[in-house]
Design a protein around this ligand. Structure first.
Ligand code: AMP
Ligand code: ZN
Length: 508
């Protein structure tokens, strides 16, 4: 079996083999923990989970590391040298409002001005959501999760190597910059040239630093700034690291190699983030590559537009599971299936209809499993990868993770007659190592697609939300407060939205 993946660095499909036989080292850019991750973010994270689980199925050990960005990611990050405010700083300010509106539960972030508390809150939410979606992560799993703020020494070490290797310099303003002209391959991943970047890098974002740089596209590695809310001592003065350096430094540290096998992220990270990571890592180590394969997931779209926090057109995992899209709770396995079922290199359009189709597929898998378990009396046969169904499933995924092809093997197979239930369960176990949607013990949870029940607590909560809006409109604050407390006591989070008050079931 030959595995072929599309490599963004060479712009073509290539045969994938790890450097060390049987062991794959993979790094994925993780979330910036300034808000709940949205399902677009999770499409990218689950894409790395798909790679990992597929490689495991085909006999590899996968050592997977992912960072948590809790410093240095600026609000204007389209240029290599991001400008604006640190996203954590913005979150620390916003969270006071979120506490008032109930989006951040009272008592969970004691001091909203403390970015470390904000980061902790959203990191926990991210890990919780990840686990719900069956993403192999943290705790009982081995994905190596690490925070930027606890790896400052590794970043400073890399910065000093870059200065020593003449890839970085301290500007007249005291900022440490990476010199893009010092690295011949700068632009190879994204297709940018230094001349294009010179042209395109004017404007407000850059003005502050331009006079201090050797080339307008040079980017910040360390910024001395004693007024920044998060700062660390360094030979260049107390300050904070640039966004890009964290991934280069942490990948080397956590994967214990200077060259790794696979690096993943969403397509927007190709430039500037990954271009800069390559320049830093290769500049520090002197090696010709940083990652041998660069793999990028295309965006999840909503009505033709990228789902993003800045556009406000996003759903969190909690929104979807709590019923914001469908009017009733959605099982996490359904959302996982929905986010995985289209090919990672095509844009995915998120729709209610898609979610319903996914619910039906997941329900079929679960019911199949239950029926076969009954027939086999709980026995599951040991099935090898050479079983025809497993082999076809693997064959499809070996072709640059052709998930539609893989599902086209599995779903019709469920409808066939199965004489040997134990064998069928063995096949399902193999398939489900990758899909991870079928080990559910109740099909009832997946009865999504039927009409929502009349009455019940859900409709009561909706009524209370409407009453809050009415109470507010007539400035009857005590009533609004009382209603909010009732909803919270029923286990729901209350939020303001452009449509008025909304409540979501607390799923933690
Ligand atoms: P961030 O938290 O903004 O640093 O992003 C985390 C990850 O989500 C990155 O790999 C992004 O490329 C990815 N991402 C952001 N928006 C989307 C989207 N709409 N669809 C898919 N991936 C996305
Ligand atoms: Zn990164």
């Amino acid at each position: 079996m030959t595995i072929r993946f599309y490599n963004s660095l060479t712009h073509q499909e290539e045969t994938f083999t790890p450097q060390e036989p049987g062991v794959v080292r993979m790094y994925s850019c993780g979330p910036t923990v300034y808000d709940y991750a949205h399902i677009g973010n999770f499409r990218s994270f689950l894409f790395s989970d798909l790679i990992r689980r597929f490689l495991e199925l085909t006999g590899h050990e996968v050592i997977h590391a992912m960072n948590i960005t809790d410093v240095g990611h600026m609000t204007d990050d389209s240029q290599a040298d991001g400008g604006g405010e640190d996203k954590m700083q913005v979150a620390a300010k916003r969270i006071k409002e979120d506490k008032k509106s109930g989006k951040v539960p009272v008592g969970s972030v004691e001091n909203p001005d403390d970015p470390f508390q904000v980061a902790k809150f959203y990191t926990n939410a991210f890990i919780e959501d990840s686990k719900k979606l069956g993403f192999k992560i943290a705790g009982e799993y081995e994905t190596r999760i690490m925070h930027a703020t606890t790896h400052i020494p590794e970043m400073l070490e890399m910065i000093s190597q870059l200065i020593e290797n003449k890839h970085a310099y301290v500007g007249p303003d005291g900022v440490v910059y990476y010199s893009v002209e010092s690295f011949a391959d700068y632009g190879k991943l994204s297709g940018n040239t230094l001349d294009q970047l010179r042209e395109g890098s004017g404007g407000r974002v850059q003005e502050e630093h331009q006079a201090n740089k050797r080339h307008p596209a040079d980017f910040m590695l360390w910024k001395p700034d004693s007024s920044h809310i998060m700062k660390w001592d360094s030979p260049y003065g107390a300050g904070y690291p640039g966004w890009h350096i964290e991934c280069s430094a942490m990948a080397r540290k956590k994967l214990e190699r200077e060259i790794i096998d696979i690096h993943t992220g969403g397509e927007d990270l190709i430039f500037p983030h990954h271009e800069c990571e390559i320049a830093q890592s290769c500049g520090a180590t002197g090696k010709p590559y940083f990652a041998r394969f660069w793999m990028h997931a295309r965006f999840l779209m909503v009505e033709g537009e990228k789902m993003s926090k800045s556009k406000g057109n996003f759903y969190t995992v909690r929104d979807v599971l709590g019923g914001k899209v469908t009017g009733r709770e959605v099982h996490p396995a359904v959302l996982r299936f929905e986010l995985l079922k289209s090919h990672y290199r095509s844009n995915m359009n998120f729709t209610e209809k898609g979610l319903k189709d996914s619910a039906n597929s997941v329900r079929r898998l679960v019911e199949f499993r239950q029926q076969q378990l009954q027939k086999s009396g709980g026995e599951v046969a040991n099935v090898g990868n050479d079983h025809p169904i497993v082999a076809q499933f693997i064959e499809a995924l070996s072709n640059d993770l052709n998930i539609s092809g893989a599902l086209a093997v599995v779903l019709p197979w469920l409808s066939q007659e199965h004489k040997d239930a134990a064998e069928a369960l063995g096949v399902l176990a193999k398939i489900n190592h990758v899909l991870n949607v079928a080990p559910l013990d109740t099909a009832g949870d997946l009865a999504f697609g039927d009409d929502p029940e009349e009455g019940g607590i859900e409709s009561q909560v909706k009524t209370w939300c409407k009453e809050i809006d009415e109470a507010r409109a007539s400035k009857n604050w005590p009533i609004a407060d009382e209603l909010r407390k009732k909803i919270q006591a029923a286990g729901y989070e209350v939020r303001n939205s452009p449509e008025g008050t909304v409540a979501q079931k607390q799923l933690a």
